[in-house]
Design a protein around this ligand. Structure first.
Ligand code: DX5
Ligand code: ZN
Length: 219
């Protein structure tokens, strides 16, 4: 995929008091996807929002909804987020011992399939499911909060995944999530990322359009 990098602003860094305005502003500013972080206070220490918020945002925003589930157990909730309007549903390798089964549920529902790994999990943990995913989300922070510091170990994972994708003849997005900023974006893009998730570096900036363009064209 030698297209320009896509930017997926993470809604958890937006102003929660005016979500409708925020998603519309981010769409006008040129965001490619809307990244929706679902946190359960169990798999990760924080809580965000759930399917009701997503289903209310769905009619006011036409960006692809990229739902990142940081939830355990995963069984009960995949269908809820599909019904709420998710385009992509990403689940963590750490939450299931039968990743193929759970990714298969997402596929059967007709959503794009995503798998994510935490900083402490190796790419090997997902090697056996790469043939069935549309995106791999590499966490470059321990999930739970926006505004954390990027962990450079994510870059080696991006490089390895890009090679595996090529060697296996596959075609999935390589996405990087956590601590992406104007300084490190060029090296993340150079490593081979197709999508940059950005909370702080978009929603906490004064001018969303400038921030998105700066991240996109920083290579
Ligand atoms: C972290 C979330 C991220 C986060 C990104 O657990 O999955 O999507 O909101 O925010 P920044 O870019 O500020 O790290
Ligand atoms: Zn995320």
């Amino acid at each position: 995929m030698n297209q320009p990098v896509l930017i997926a602003p993470s809604l958890m860094a937006a102003n929660m008091l005016c979500l409708k305005d925020e998603v519309q502003a981010i769409q006008s500013a040129g965001a490619d996807w809307l990244h929706l972080d679902i946190m359960d206070g169990h798999f990760v220490p924080n809580l965000t929002f759930g399917p009701d918020i997503i289903s209310q945002l769905r009619p006011v925003c036409s960006l692809p909804f990229d739902v990142h589930l940081m939830v355990e157990p995963i069984e009960l909730c995949i269908d809820l987020y599909h019904k709420a309007g998710a385009d992509f549903i990403t689940i963590h390798a750490e939450v299931t011992s039968d990743l193929r089964h759970h990714l298969g549920i997402i596929k059967t529902l007709g959503c794009k399939v995503g798998v994510s790994i935490n900083p402490g999990t190796s790419v090997n943990a997902i090697a056996g499911v790469l043939d069935m995913v549309d995106q791999v989300l590499i966490m470059s922070v321990n999930p739970g909060f926006y505004g954390q510091t990027f962990m450079p170990s994510a870059l080696d994972k991006v490089i390895l995944l890009k090679k595996m994708r090529h060697d296996l003849g596959l075609n999935f997005y390589i996405c990087v999530d956590g601590g992406v900023n104007f300084q490190n974006a060029p090296s993340i893009i150079a490593a081979g990322a197709d999508v940059l998730v950005a909370g702080n570096s978009v929603f906490k900036q004064k001018n969303y359009k400038e921030a998105i363009e700066k991240l996109k064209h920083s290579s």
